[in-house]
Design a protein around this ligand. Structure first.
Ligand code: PLP
Length: 484
């Protein structure tokens, strides 16, 4: 791994190696604390078992694997981290950001682990409900909520964070005509700056999210909004995601806390009783080590904003990527191995459809590729600098460019690591490439691996149906009067 000028991690193909580019580095956090050895071992066993059990093979050239043990461990680590820093009895809701893994079985698993849902669209809300996540464990944060969505959320009693004054006006209207159990808040943008990935930096001066606190009159407007609405009890901020230094995340929380203190002091009552601190903890894509950990982040927050944890405020968190990324792997068969301009190229079945961000913004989203042989066993041998390409019909469809790993040959498997969040679960339908099957796995206790289907592979019949197959003649029969 190397580092570019922006501080975004850049993959030079060095696998299984931790360096100074991971998100914990700005705090001098020891990245070697949790090397992820067990995690690596489970993944290797799962890839081999997936080949042996036919989930991967010539007729099933791509599959996504989800480490169920890892997901449970991740949820437990999050709960323990905040339990360790909050005063006894503090209400804490960890709401998983559904966008990171919009899969009903994943949401059900997390729900069983005590993790709720943060939703940002009607579809995500429907997924959370299908998973059985209760309304009081659900938070709605979408930036473009319609009146109907707001009405539904308030009827269900789901927490809602209003993004802007116009949205608050809509909520006013609904609150006049009905009562609701929904905890209601305002999302603010502390405007403290961005990180190394502009597209994921939500606290810049001109970010589209929340009330821009430092704009003229905005802070006063927020104070007044609370003064006039005793039912507004929460403040929300999400400072950004991957690429935001931990210290900046902590500052975002601190600014939000300060505003809550100011509002409560000016109103002379503890009207704001809960702070929603968003998600955003970064993931180390450079090795199997989990870094930074939830425990490190929670500790940092406690040091930066001690008053937040003394029991006067309830807490909501909205982590996504950090919960799931390292638990997922896309494995794709090498259909052909070729060479161009002296560069070996493995043509695989995983590309832009499952790794959209990596393909379009490779500097910001480098992925490590692990090489497995045709039986799903880790490949050994000298590292060879090579490209790992996807199946889509454009030149940039590369999972990795110039990455050093054992030479991938026809019939081998290439695994894109740390793809459990925002990758295979966020399919991009370029070239009408099918959504791959997703399979959860656990060790079976007898030396093998058990799988469960999370999502069936998409069939070509489904692709036709979703692409207007039922309306084949719709355009040829639609004629303007008098036209030929
Ligand atoms: C409001 C909000 N909360 C939480 C998240 C989850 O962020 P992450 O996956 O980085 O933890 C996002 C991501 O876009 C978000 O917009």
């Amino acid at each position: 791994m190397g580092d570019d000028m922006t501080g975004a991690p850049v993959n030079d193909g060095n696998q299984g190696h931790t360096d100074g580019t991971d998100p914990g580095a700005d705090l001098g956090i020891d990245t070697g604390q949790d090397p992820g050895t067990e995690h690596t071992a489970r993944r290797d066993e799962a890839v081999q078992a997936a080949v042996e059990q036919g989930l991967l093979g010539p007729g099933a050239p791509i599959a996504a694997l989800l480490d169920v043990t890892g997901v449970r461990e991740s949820a437990a680590a999050l709960r323990a981290a905040f339990d360790a820093v909050t005063a006894p009895g503090t209400p804490v809701l960890h709401a998983f950001a559904v966008k990171a893994s919009p899969l009903v079985p994943v949401l059900r698993l997390l729900n069983e682990e005590g993790i709720g849902a943060e939703v940002a669209s009607p579809g995500e809300l429907a997924l959370a409900r299908a998973a059985g996540v209760r309304p009081e464990r659900t938070v709605l944060d979408a930036p473009a909520k319609t009146p109907a969505e707001l009405r539904e959320a308030l009827a269900l009693g789901i927490a809602v964070n209003a993004d802007n004054p116009q949205e608050l006006e809509r909520i006013d209207g609904l609150m006049r005509s009905a009562t609701s159990r929904s905890p209601l808040g305002i999302r603010v943008n502390p405007q403290i700056g961005g990180g190394s990935i502009a597209a994921l930096s939500t606290a810049t001066a001109t970010s589209k999210f929340g009330v821009a606190l430092r704009d003229e009159g905005a802070r006063e407007w927020v104070v007044r909004a609370f003064a006039e609405r005793p039912w507004l009890t929460r403040l929300h901020a999400h400072t950004g995601s991957q690429g935001i230094p931990l210290s900046l995340l902590a500052r975002g929380v601190e600014e939000t806390y300060r505003l809550a203190e100011e509002i409560n002091a000016r109103l002379g009552r503890r009207q704001i009783d809960t702070l929603d601190i968003g998600g955003g903890l970064g993931v180390n894509f450079g090795s199997d080590a989990t870094s930074p950990t939830y425990a490190q982040y929670a500790q940092l927050l406690k040091e930066a904003v001690p008053g937040l944890f003394d029991g006067r405020y309830g807490l909501v968190t909205e982590f996504g990527r950090s919960m799931l990324a390292k638990q997922g792997t896309v494995v794709a068969r090498v259909e052909y191995a070729k060479s161009a301009g002296g560069r070996p190229i493995a043509i695989t079945h995983a590309g832009v459809q499952v790794a959209t961000r990596t393909v379009y913004a490779p500097q910001s989203w480098p992925l490590r590729i692990a090489a497995y042989d045709g039986k799903g066993r880790p490949k050994s041998g000298a590292d060879v600098v090579q490209d790992v390409a996807g199946p889509a019909c454009f030149a940039g469809d590369l999972l990795a460019e110039g990455q050093a790993l054992p030479l991938l040959e026809q019939g081998d498997y290439a695994a894109a690591l740390d793809t459990g969040a925002y990758y295979f679960a966020a399919h991009y339908a370029y070239n009408s490439l099918a959504r791959p099957g997703i399979y959860g796995f656990v060790r079976d206790g007898a030396g093998g691996v058990s799988f469960a289907t999370v999502r069936e592979p998409q069939t070509v019949a489904e692709i036709v149906a979703e692409s207007g197959g039922a309306h084949a003649a719709a355009l040829t029969t639609l004629r303007a009067p008098g036209s030929r």
